[in-house]
Write a protein that binds this ligand. Structure first.
Ligand code: NDP
Length: 326
């Protein structure tokens, strides 16, 4: 028997509860992992609350990421005892996920944990942090260097935002942190933000082009926020867009693209090819200050994960939520 959160559907209603399963409940896969830690990402919170149709098959354990130790493997790249991390690939959506003591997945989905990173650190980072690194890599690949000017990060007090601020700062960039929680200014400055921007400044009426303010941006909000960011990016800058915390729409004009050569880069962590994932995790091991990571994490036991999901969606959770499992 092992403990797991399971989401089921009854009379068109989703019900999430902590329960006991046996190994026969595990899905197909060539590697079985003893999950050490999982987390609550925005998508997990949507799944646990039923606020969006994240879960595609019922019953299903949620949890789009986990770190753990291989228990059994039929995959040539993994052996019992290996430390691994998993993000995405539909796990916690179409394939049972990490909010459970045991997970069975395809070995092709697993990434080997960098040597100097603990299982806990891996999930303090989680999918949110790994996505932040994919965003930072997109900026670097576009040629944005620290001398280009300030980088703007939205949803800065959240998971993706907090890790993005810390990584950019460690790499020598100046960082403008956009937040609706200006009471978190001290926290954001401790992560390395050089200026704080009140979210309300970027939610207002759109101008096709505003003054050139930031060299590049990382956006988790979407909608008017992303449109306003694009219009304030400097000539030939870039915005890496990964989120929809403020909405799915994009009420923008083409002016920043055709008059300033601004690039809008889409970032997807779920189906991201394996070499890029491994590169992101290796970079996190070297370019994220683990002391700062500690300041971002809140620990939530598995039995409290369901109630914490609603708080996360209400914007009441700072940084990252770690869920110890085994
Ligand atoms: P969090 O809830 O931890 O952070 C989101 C932050 O966005 C909040 O803390 C808040 O920051 C800000 N925010 C929330 N609601 C609004 C709003 N209505 N308008 C403006 N800002 C808002 O979530 P995560 O960091 O885990 O995820 C952030 C986003 O990134 C989500 O949309 C998620 O789905 C997406 N994501 C996408 C991935 C991908 O592969 N593309 C992977 C991982 C995440 P503050 O309080 O500072 O204003």
């Amino acid at each position: 028997m092992f403990q797991a959160i399971v989401i089921d559907k009854q009379d068109e209603q989703q019900i999430a509860q902590l329960t006991q399963l046996t190994e026969e409940h595990l899905p197909e896969g060539d590697v079985t992992v003893e999950v050490a830690y999982s987390t609550l990402n925005y998508k997990d919170a949507l799944a646990l609350t039923g606020r969006a149709p994240i879960i595609r098959k019922f019953p299903m354990s949620p949890g789009i990421d986990f770190s753990g130790v291989v228990r059994e493997s039929q995959h040539p790249d993994f052996a019992p005892g290996d430390r691994v991390v998993l993000n995405g690939w539909g796990v916690g959506e179409r394939h049972s996920g990490g909010l459970a003591e045991l997970a069975r997945v395809k070995g092709d989905w697993l990434v080997r944990l960098p040597d100097h990173m603990s299982l806990r650190q891996a999930m303090a980072i989680g999918t949110a942090g790994y996505t932040s690194m994919l965003c930072v890599m997109a900026l670097e690949d576009h040629g944005i260097t620290p001398d280009a000017g300030e980088i703007v990060v939205t949803g800065a007090a959240g998971g993706v935002g907090s890790v993005a601020v810390a990584v950019l700062s460690a790499l020598g960039y100046k960082v403008a942190a956009v937040t609706g929680r200006t009471e978190e200014s001290e926290y954001l400055q401790s992560l390395g933000a050089t200026s704080i921007v009140d979210r309300s400044e970027l939610e207002g009426k759109l101008r096709p082009l505003a003054g050139e303010r930031w060299a590049a941006g990382i956006d988790v909000v979407g909608s008017a926020m992303l449109a306003n960011l694009l219009s304030a990016i400097k000539y030939r800058g870039i915005v890496a867009a990964c989120g929809l915390a403020g909405g799915m729409d994009l009420p923008a004009s083409v002016a920043p693209f055709i008059l300033r050569g601004v690039t809008l880069a889409g970032i997807d962590s779920v189906m991201c090819p394996k070499p890029e994932r491994q590169r992101a995790w290796d970079r996190l091991a070297t370019d994220l200050d683990m002391e700062k990571l500690r300041a971002m994490e809140t620990e939530v036991p598995l039995e409290n994960a369901i109630e914490t999901a609603a708080k996360l969606l209400a914007g009441e959770v700072r940084g990252r939520v770690v869920v110890p499992i085994n």
